[in-house]
Design a protein around this ligand. Sequence first.
Ligand SMILES: Nc1nc2c(ncn2[C@@H]2O[C@H](COP(=O)(O)OP(=O)(O)OP(=O)(O)O)[C@@H](O)[C@H]2O)c(=O)[nH]1
Ligand SMILES: [Mg+2]
Length: 304
Amino acid sequence: MGFFDKLKQGLKKTKENFVGKIDKMLAGFGVVDEDMLDELEDILIMSDFGVETTDFIMEELRARIKSEKITEPEKVKAVLQEEICAILTGTAAPGIDTNAVPAVITVIGVNGVGKTTSIGKLASRYKAAGRSVLLAAGDTFRAAAIEQLGVWADRVGVDMIRQNEGSDPAAVLFDACRAAKARGTEVLICDTAGRLHNKKNLMAELAKMNKVVEREMPDVHRETFLVLDATTGQNAVNQARAFSEVANITGIILTKLDGSSKGGIVVSICKELGIPVRLVGVGEGIDDMQPFNAADFARALFED
Ligand SMILES: Nc1nc2c(ncn2[C@@H]2O[C@H](COP(=O)(O)OP(=O)(O)OP(=O)(O)O)[C@@H](O)[C@H]2O)c(=O)[nH]1
Ligand SMILES: [Mg+2]
């Protein structure tokens, strides 16, 4: 299956939930009027666009309906697609730049969102681009987390630096930085624990890890990817907001789009947080992650 088809397949539930409802609603109206726009607004809210983004989209829509004298309900759908695409394009950034090396990538996010899986997929992408990759088992908290990352390392065919469970993640990262320098590794990807810390602890832990990289590998390309689970809807937006207060997030990996009917949060994230969605997960397999592309996303969502 090609990339676009996979994205389309992954967005099936969101499409049914969102565009399906819009189609049904539009069919019930002969002409664009306030009642129709009210119903559209409800659908946006129910599809996890969030209040702020919904308000913004509705304002844009009303303005265009007026200035372009739109009366056919079906036309509103095309305008909506354009507006969504425009929001997504606003924060557009490439998935990963495999030429920006040496690179250190830290992957953060709450428990179970898909951090470790995404690291496996990232490592595979870099390796396919001919880059040497090293993984750092920075989740020293959850039982079996190290082994899980180890399974991915084996699957991709890259090495992993680890310490014992319960050790300091910053110490693991220190070892990994030293190993990367000694071996001339191009890409170091660090896993982190998904436990829900209080803000102060999380900030301290991330700051400590940051310091290690700054000291050991000062001039490398840095990325901090926040992983969000698309099935959690607006909750993911709240997580992004909280994490952006403690980390310098350079991009979002939005996972489990394939299982989600709440893909509308992509729009909410881009609009409300201004953080680019860089990659999307559309399955559990090693190749089931792709760079996020605004136009493709809007097209996969709206077009048959
Ligand atoms: N369907 C689907 N499942 C995914 C995707 N990404 C991850 N998963 C699944 O989500 C589950 C959790 O993934 P992990 O990678 O272990 O998540 P984590 O954030 O590392 O979890 P903790 O280490 O416990 O915090 C696993 O069963 C993955 O296979 C995706 O894009 N689509
Ligand atoms: Mg994990």
